[in-house]
Ligand binder design. Structure first.
Ligand SMILES: Cc1ncc(COP(=O)(O)O)c(C=O)c1O
Length: 341
């Protein structure tokens, strides 16, 4: 059984494991005050070309979203997200559990637009309702689409004009940045968003996300929020060592590029066989629509998510490739699809 279910099925890139092994017996301070975490934060700031951002290393994605969003909002304020947004669909009400409503906007491609946000603002007019205050997007989105620079700039301008906090979930930012359709650089984001995170867990790290806070008014006491929500790791070195290894050279981008290349090979071959896709997704998640009979056969040897019924005879499946997806597995998978089609 080979899994195309997600991009966290494998452990970590061997270079990361080696770095953890090599530093194993060194004694370090705890809670992110170790030399590795400090260096990783400095290195990331260098890569972003910004010394004025705050960077915090946090173990997981849901944790990062809920700590950041709850720290940034006042009690009556709410977040706005696409109906497919991760905080809306797959975080067990984690944001709501901190006391903040998530207001959702219908989208087909998983991407928010100023128009969609405006509709939410128009529907929330006074103190008898929650006050929409933070705009949540993810890049790439939960359905594999990516934002281009013009789209992010438009959202950024809209948020500034309407005094909204603009927050980007970058669990799969590596994949978005390495997409053949991407026109953004890692260093563009501090200009565009108020806070965002660079995902490690889904891009070769064992665990870890790097939250970048760009807007000054959001920075205060953030480590208090982390500690209160259980995210200030005693062995914070574990996160520092991993981010240092990912960004020491080009590893972070090489791993994301590999994941994208594997997805692209599958989607190009399927397009040649006239297979349609549920969404346009130029990243490491693709959603081909296949006859149910083919899906049943594939399920005998491959794990993937059955995403959505499309009609009586066809369903969309979600195929996710990772930094570690094997080329031979992709070849065999494509051969099997050809056989069953
Ligand atoms: C866009 C996005 N954000 C956040 C998360 C949550 O990450 P975690 O499972 O580490 O909490 C995921 C996980 O799938 C995700 O896809």
């Amino acid at each position: 059984m080979y899994s195309f279910k997600n991009d966290y099925a494998e452990g970590a890139h061997p270079r990361i494991l080696n770095a953890l092994m090599e530093s194993n017996f060194e004694q370090e301070d705890g809670y992110g005050e170790d030399r590795y975490s400090r260096k990783a934060v400095e290195l990331l700031k260098e890569k972003l070309g910004r010394t004025d951002v705050d960077i915090h290393l946090i173990p997981g994605g849901t944790q990062t979203n809920l700590i950041a969003i709850s720290a940034f909002l006042r009690p009556h304020e709410a977040a706005i997200a696409a109906n497919s947004g991760h905080i809306q669909t797959h975080e067990t009400g984690a944001i709501e559990a901190t006391g903040h409503k998530v207001l959702s906007v219908e989208t087909k491609d998983g991407k928010l637009t100023p128009k969609g946000i405006q509709e939410v603002l128009d529907a929330h007019t006074d103190e008898h309702m929650v006050k929409p205050k933070l705009v949540y997007i993810s890049n790439s989105t939960e359905i594999g689409s990516i934002y281009n620079k013009a789209e992010l700039q438009a959202l950024s301008n809209f948020c500034r004009e309407h005094n909204l906090i603009f927050y980007m979930d970058g669990a799969r930012l590596g994949s978005a940045l390495c997409s053949s359709e991407n026109d953004l650089k890692l260093s563009d984001f501090p200009e565009l968003v108020d806070a965002y995170y660079i995902g490690g867990t889904k891009n070769g790290a064992l665990i870890g996300e790097a939250l970048v806070i760009c807007r000054d008014s959001l920075k205060e006491d953030f480590r208090f929020h982390m500690k209160q929500k259980g995210a200030l790791l005693a062995k914070g070195r574990l996160l520092g060592i991993q981010f240092l290894e990912l960004f020491r050279d080009n590893l972070f981008f090489e791993l994301a590029q590999h994941a994208n290349n594997m997805a692209k090979r599958i989607s190009e071959e399927l397009k040649q066989a006239n297979i349609k896709f549920l969404t346009h997704s130029p990243s490491n998640q693709i959603f081909p629509i296949l006859p149910n009979g083919v899906i049943n056969e594939l399920q005998k040897n491959y794990a993937f998510i059955l995403w959505e019924k499309v009609d009586q005879d066809h369903s969309a499946i979600r195929i996710v490739t990772s930094w570690a997806t094997k080329e031979e597995a992709v070849d065999t998978f494509l051969g099997d699809i050809r056989k069953y089609l």
